[in-house]
Design a protein around this ligand. Structure first.
Ligand code: 3HC
Ligand code: NAI
Length: 701
């Protein structure tokens, strides 16, 4: 049963019961129409209430059903709403907690709406690359006015019920209950008060007028605003079209136009990518062999070792979430510098009006410092962010093993070192885990949770819970060089270097991949992060992976001291105090000389080849990562790239993108690239997983 039916005296109650959020899947829709038919057939029933069980009235259409025949199987959402409108007996929607998308459309099809305060009201379809497809664009403007409705539909943002209920002239709610607890009783009283109404006495939203006094001028203005903000997404402008239709067409014609636009958007690559993102984000928090009910350790206090670039940002995440943090450093001046940076960051937020002074003070009051390991004895979670050297990590973890209380979680923010080796410095490897934050750690959404060979399941479950609390997107990675994200970016960077060798310029490569949608191309990114970081890693790996072929242009650049923005010169030139990347003759000459040294005759390289080689380098390594069990799902890899590496959101991540292009096409392109004489014979060999999926006619998703 996904909708329950009961009768309380003269009122029938239909309760949506499809956990977790009462998505309006086929069985629930059948439950509603069955309940409606029973209520209308029962002479004792005079009014009907629709409400939702558990933590939502309804989160809308069942997203998991999209793309399956069930999504449109009758009764579909539109026909359910038409059945509600056509009910001979009055229907009251009793709304609480979450009322979104199709859930709100369902409520607007009822004759009356009673809401609990604190309910999140939204038409968030635009966030899935869609528009409301069951009357939302036609009914909400009639209930809240065109401008308020359009703002909600185009932004998809939730507004609290009490805010909407306070709008002058609003018709969305007939009654705002005193509290969530009293909602049902108040809805029952309301239902009884309208029980006798029949026929034309029953209000229908479709009968309300829908106009905007400035008509065409307003919609032109809206299109200009929305078009400018939604460059790569078709849905927001279609939302404007649909709401305009509400003001110009008869109700049923507007409904048909809305459905046409909804169906069209459903098949756009952008919507497919955004729906993939929605699911992948939630799936990332699920670890195949760690059940949801795994007991978690309690985390009430955190310690951070190292107050440098990462330690400061990491600490801010916990302070923002109201969790006390103690930072440990080796020397007082390093501690003072770290605290000053944290203060500076918060003060900048206060200045911009993004943080209240009182909240800033509350956060700082949660922060304490120490120079002594003994002071960490009470911490529940200790995160190390010291220099990236195994010897230094060894010192730190040995001391932590001495002082940390039993059951404390010991995490390392290492970006390249072996978490298993770090765990082995302690006598409690089950308590050790990697928490790889990205810089700036207080801003970037991504957190790679690195699972060591001995990391306890309860430790993993706890860290995933902590990540949610501090609003990070956590993805589990196994132990390997670079984990998921940096292991893949290494192959992307290698291709970027080969492209220079073969004839491209840094600006051509950057422009091509930025046009594809990356936030920043590899060379501008190198200049921002510091080219010396990669240089140090390459030097270290020269002995570990001596046979690995890569372009030496990056090393030659660093040998000139061109580390990037911080030295005023990198792949580009920079004017003092400015960040604009200016093409550099020195770099072009360096590349030309390098080609001569290597005996390479440059050729013209198309932007299409640049994009394919960079993106497919990610895809092939991603496939190896799946084969090696470093990531458990291709969606996890997409989440890493979408939240940590600036991969264009509307393309859904590298693995999703490759699936959309078709793995056969991707593999064929790889075979073409393998013919390039610069290839080392291995780079472009499609990963066995890709070969298998192609042979089976399958994709990653
Ligand atoms: N359909 C199916 N499942 C849904 C769902 C939906 N509409 N909304 C959420 N869920 C599932 C999630 O997948 C997740 O499942 P899991 O536990 O198996 O991973 C579970 O509900 C909980 O989701 P969250 O982790 O996001 O829980 P929160 O409490 O943080 O948030 C929420 C709840 C606010 C409802 C949030 O999930 C959300 O924003 N959902 C999307 C709402 C939405 O976009 N609705 C529009 C759907 S499209 C539509 O209605 C088309 C119509 O116009 C025709
Ligand atoms: P940093 O050099 O800015 O800061 C390191 C801090 O650790 C310094 O303040 C130093 O005084 C302190 N420190 C060193 N040894 C210590 C010890 N034994 N006890 C206490 N404090 C000690 O370095 P950063 O960039 O913050 O990096 C820290 C860690 O985070 C490294 O493991 C690095 O690989 C990792 N990381 C860095 C990222 C970045 O972009 N900077 C991104 C992700 C991870």
């Amino acid at each position: 049963m996904t909708a329950e039916y009961k009768v309380l005296g003269e009122v029938a109650v239909i309760t949506l019961a499809n956990p977790p959020v009462n998505g309006l899947g086929y069985a629930t829709r059948v439950g509603i129409t069955d309940g409606l038919a029973k209520a209308n057939a029962d002479d004792a029933v005079q009014a009907i209430i629709i409400t939702g069980a558990g933590k939502a009235f309804s989160g809308g259409a069942d997203i998991k059903e999209f793309g399956t025949p069930k999504a449109i199987q009758d009764p579909n959402l539109l026909s359910v709403i038409l059945a509600l409108e056509a009910s001979a007996k009055p229907i009251v929607a009793a709304i609480h907690s979450v009322c979104m998308g199709g859930g709100l459309e369902l409520a607007m099809g009822c004759h009356y709406r009673v809401a609990a305060p604190g309910t999140s009201i939204a038409l968030p379809e635009v966030k899935l690359g869609l528009l409301p497809g069951a009357g939302g664009t036609q009914r909400l403007p009639r209930l809240l006015g065109v401008e308020t409705a359009l703002n909600m539909i185009v932004s998809g943002e939730a507004v609290k019920s009490e805010v909407l209920a306070a709008l002058p002239g609003q018709k969305l709610f007939d009654h705002l209950a005193a509290s969530a607890e009293s909602l049902f009783d108040e809805a029952l009283i309301y239902a009884k008060s309208v029980a006798g109404k029949r026929g034309d006495a029953l209000p229908l939203v479709r009968k309300l007028p829908c106009q905007h006094p400035q008509g065409d001028a307003y919609f032109q203005f809206a299109r200009n605003m929305v078009g400018g903000m939604s460059k790569n997404y078709p849905a927001p402008l279609k939302c404007v079209d649909a709401v305009e239709a509400a003001t110009k067409l008869k109700f049923d014609e507007g409904l048909a136009e809305e459905r046409r636009l909804f169906t069209m958007l459903m098949f756009t690559p952008e919507s497919i990518a955004l729906r993939h993102l929605f699911m992948a984000e939630r799936a990332a928090s699920k670890i195949p062999d760690v059940p949801d009910d795994t007991p978690k350790r309690e985390i009430q206090s955190v310690a951070v070792i190292g107050a440098g670039t990462m330690g400061g940002g990491i600490s801010m995440n916990f302070l923002n979430a109201g969790i006390p943090v103690k930072i440990l450093e080796m020397k007082q001046d390093a501690l003072d510098r770290g605290i000053a940076t944290i203060k500076k960051n918060y003060e900048a937020q206060v200045k911009k009006g993004k943080l209240k002074q009182a909240a800033y003070e509350q956060r700082m009051a949660l922060l304490t410092t120490t120079l002594s390991y003994a002071d960490l004895k009470d911490a529940d979670l200790i995160i190390e962010a010291v220099f990236e050297e195994l010897g230094v990590k060894e010192q730190v973890f040995k001391q932590l093993d001495e002082v940390a209380k039993p059951g404390a979680i010991l995490a390392s923010n290492t970006s390249t070192l072996d978490v298993d080796k770090i765990a082995a410095f302690t006598k409690r490897p089950q308590d050790v885990v990697g928490m790889h934050f990205f810089s700036p750690a207080n801003v970037m959404k991504l957190l790679e949770v690195v699972r060591g060979a001995k990391t306890g399941k309860d430790v993993l479950a706890t860290v995933m819970g902590v990540a949610k609390k501090i609003k990070k997107t956590a993805v589990v990675s196994g132990v390997c060089d670079g984990f998921i994200g940096n292991r893949m970016i290494e192959q992307y960077s290698r291709q970027a270097g080969f492209l220079l060798d073969e004839g491209a310029t840094p600006q051509q490569v950057d422009k091509a991949i930025e046009k594809f949608g990356f936030a920043m191309g590899p060379f501008r990114m190198g200049d921002l992060a510091g080219n010396d970081i990669g240089w140090a890693i390459r030097k270290r790996r020269a002995t570990e992976r001596a046979d690995m072929k890569y372009s030496r242009t990056a090393d030659k650049l660093c040998e000139l001291g061109r580390f990037g923005q911080k030295t005023g010169a990198g792949w580009y030139d920079y004017q003092a105090g400015k960040r604009d990347a200016i093409p550099s003759q020195v770099v072009l000459d360096l590349i030309a000389q390098h080609r001569k040294d290597e005996g390479i005759v440059p050729r013209k390289i198309s932007d299409e080849e640049i994009v394919q080689r960079l993106v497919y380098a990610l895809v092939n390594e991603g496939a190896h990562i799946l084969e090696d069990g470093i990531a458990s799902k291709s969606g996890d890899i997409d989440m890493v790239y979408l939240t940590g590496y600036g991969f264009p959101i509307w393309r859904g991540g590298p693995m999703h993108y490759a699936s959309q292009v078709g793995l056969y096409n991707v593999a064929e392109a790889m075979k073409r690239f393998a013919k390039n004489p610069r290839d080392d014979g291995k780079f472009w060999e499609p990963a066995p997983l890709i070969q298998k999926l192609v042979a089976d006619g399958k994709s990653f998703s």
